[in-house]
Design a protein around this ligand. Sequence first.
Ligand SMILES: Cc1cc2nc3c(=O)[nH]c(=O)nc-3n(C[C@H](O)[C@H](O)[C@H](O)COP(=O)(O)O)c2cc1C
Length: 367
Amino acid sequence: MFYIRIFQAKIKNIIIYTIKLCIFIINKIINKKTQNNILPSYSPSTIKKSNYMDNKITRLFNIQYPIVQAGMIWCSGWELAAAVSNAGGLGIIGSGSMYPDVLKEHIQKCKKATSKPFGVNVPMLYPDIDKHMDIIISEGVKIVFTSAGNPKTWTQKLKDHGITVVHVISNSKFAIKAEEAGVDAIVAEGFEAGGHNGREETTTLCLIPLIKQCVTIPVIAAGGIGTGRGMLAVMALGADGVQIGSRFVASDESSANIKFKDKIITSNDGDTLLSLKKLTPVRLLKNNFFDQVQQAESNCASSEELTKLLGRGRAKKGMFEGDIDEGELEIGQVAALIKEIKPAHAIVEEIIAEYKLAKEELNKSTW
Ligand SMILES: Cc1cc2nc3c(=O)[nH]c(=O)nc-3n(C[C@H](O)[C@H](O)[C@H](O)COP(=O)(O)O)c2cc1C
């Protein structure tokens, strides 16, 4: 009798345990389903209207504000991209300074750090581009910004995998080519911009209206935008969104060396210049290396001599390792306006607040 009771108690425990296990599993399944149903991004119905800017760019990327954080070598890894995406913009990982395995790690970390959309920038002159594209596709990245190359080369393949493709241009000829190649939007980057730049030296103020005349796809303005007023100005010119680089270099989450960030926030107007036009034009912050380039250019140095002067790893040395005298420091004219290193979300919030205020002020004007 005693043994029967023990046996019954054991059976009872097993039944209770099995029921609890079933409830646990059912709950897990229900939770997963609900999580999958939650939109990882914004739409007019899921967010308070005042906090959502409904336009072509927010709809294209499914984001809250039409602010794209530029993909930038040595400066925009997963931390910055995730921070900007979490703040309602579109964060972009800059793959141009990453080996394929490093890019893979950044994409995987970014996916863990944000449930919001983010993208990868791929400069097409990168030697390992096939490997990069394979990783982007296999990791399920949904947005790719291509630059420095022919948009025809990769657009169709990326689009076949359901990827939204944006291409960076600096003149109307390439804007038309990009639209013909089937990209979903273009970044029109003006002369003020940090990083590599168009030879034509067309400023953002002139470029945006020109590009709006020759394409029908959405246009994202880049170059010289670091404030809400700057954003409002280019939107008034017809841009559908903005791509901001330099301002985000001076953010907590950017992987730029702190010495480079400090040099940016203490720089003044006139401290950057478009250099190395014989090779690939790039806007540099003045330092010893810049002086050497200037000297060589004024002595009519050949491309070979300039390539030798540039050497290998100059950009890493300056922007990532913090050799602010001998390294290459890429930054835009807007650096002169940047006076503080801030968290990326604070930069996004500040730009949006200033944009709204400036717009209200303009609305109040009598004509
Ligand atoms: C440090 C730095 C690195 C950059 N690297 C890249 C890059 O790898 N690929 C690219 O398409 N553009 C690159 N750019 C250009 C940016 O994507 C962006 O278009 C530009 O910074 C916008 O102008 P702004 O600096 O005035 O905001 C870089 C810009 C900076 C400042």
